[in-house]
Design a protein around this ligand. Structure first.
Ligand code: SAH
Length: 342
């Protein structure tokens, strides 16, 4: 069976020709799929025989809303989606002045093991297909009735650990006949897989790359992020420099501030030194609570910010959204907690 929503335009054209259909049918099918139809019968401008053939040969993924939570604080909506095989992932819809942004998941669980993040607690179950990543955008838009203008790949999973599906997702979501979201409205966040960042650079996309840095020194970063034990901070920054030189795009560095761990003055100074000469931007994230983790939020966010700014670094502090529904950075999980919900 073909998972049809993961098909590229050329694959759909190929499929139509195999079914003896004219090429324009590929565009019609593509438009229906990306509009979020829930059965092939909804594709009302296709001949009935073609709809029957598609039913026989293709799978149409339709994620189900397992749970929907709306923040009373800021209207952020968190969806827990049930996928065809019973696995679940979360997506978050955030309202900003510049438009609605969706945060999508790329994997069921995560292999990376970062100490502060809920998404990795049960390890990696499986990677999502391009169609399953796209479905989050299509069905959040459909279910909420809110048009989406920006995408952040900052949900559950490590996007660059699912490289091919993510690249295909980007191509699909960018298509003018589909969801049509431009690359400049998309951010992709990575824990820093250097070989994959180099590979991504080769595609010269206009998206924004965010690198989860969280510490400028190897000792602290390796403690927080096991991925750093294989490739240290020096190598990561060399890679980031290459990325900027190849793409001309400034990197955004995410830095979740942990009390007494990565919020010392010397770390701000080392970070400023490392960023010297490589255009980039630091986004400080006040640590969000993850019940299983003993790490506490830093009380020095302002001081850290000012210390970086005095050394010429551009810094912003990420606004917390959806705090009352566990929809903030690092709080997404592949299933509901077995505790009483408020
Ligand atoms: N795996 C990718 C995508 C996840 S993006 C990555 O690591 O970048 C989610 C962002 O939230 C990452 O920067 C992550 O490090 C950060 N994060 C994880 N847990 C957090 C927490 N408890 N508080 C604040 N930020 C957190």
């Amino acid at each position: 069976m073909i998972e049809i929503k993961s098909c590229s335009r050329s694959e759909l054209t190929q499929l139509m020709s195999e079914l003896g259909q004219p090429a324009f049918r590929a565009k019609q099918v593509f438009q229906w799929l990306h509009r979020g139809v829930e059965s092939f019968d909804e594709m009302s401008n296709l001949p009935k025989t073609l709809r029957e053939q598609l039913k026989e040969q293709c799978v149409l993924t339709v994620p189900q809303v397992e749970r929907k939570q709306v923040s009373k604080l800021d209207g952020t909506i968190k969806y827990l989606w049930r996928l065809a095989d019973g696995n679940c992932v979360e997506s978050v819809l955030m309202r900003y002045q510049h438009g609605n942004t969706i945060c999508v998941s790329s994997e069921v669980g995560c292999l990376m093991g970062c100490a502060f993040c809920a998404s990795t607690l049960g390890g990696l179950v499986r990677r999502l297909s391009a169609g399953e990543i796209l479905d989050q955008v299509i069905f959040v838009q459909k279910e909420s009735g809110q048009p989406i203008s920006n995408i952040v790949m900052m949900g559950i999973g490590e996007p660059l650990d699912n490289f091919d599906a993510v690249m295909r997702f980007l191509e699909l979501v960018n298509d003018p006949d589909g969801v049509n979201i431009g690359m400049r409205h998309i951010s992709l966040s990575t824990c820093g897989l250097v070989d994959k960042i180099d590979k991504l650079a080769g595609h010269r996309l206009q998206l924004t790359l965010s690198v989860s840095l969280h510490a400028p020194d190897d000792e602290t970063r390796s403690r927080l992020m096991p991925v750093n034990r294989a490739v240290g901070v020096d190598c990561l920054f060399d890679c980031c420099r290459r990325y900027f030189e190849t793409t001309g795009r400034r990197i955004s560095y995410e830095y979740a501030m942990v009390d007494g761990v990565n919020d010392h003055d010397w770390q701000a100074d080392l970070l400023a030194k490392r960023l010297h000469g490589v255009p980039g931007h630091v986004n400080l994230i006040p640590l969000n609570d993850v019940r299983e983790s003993p790490l506490k939020p830093s009380r020095r966010v302002r001081q850290f910010q000012q210390r970086l700014e005095h050394q010429g670094v551009t810094v912003t502090v990420r606004r917390k959204l959806g705090g009352d529904i566990d929809a903030s950075c690092g709080q997404l999980r592949r299933k509901t907690l077995g505790i009483k919900e408020q």
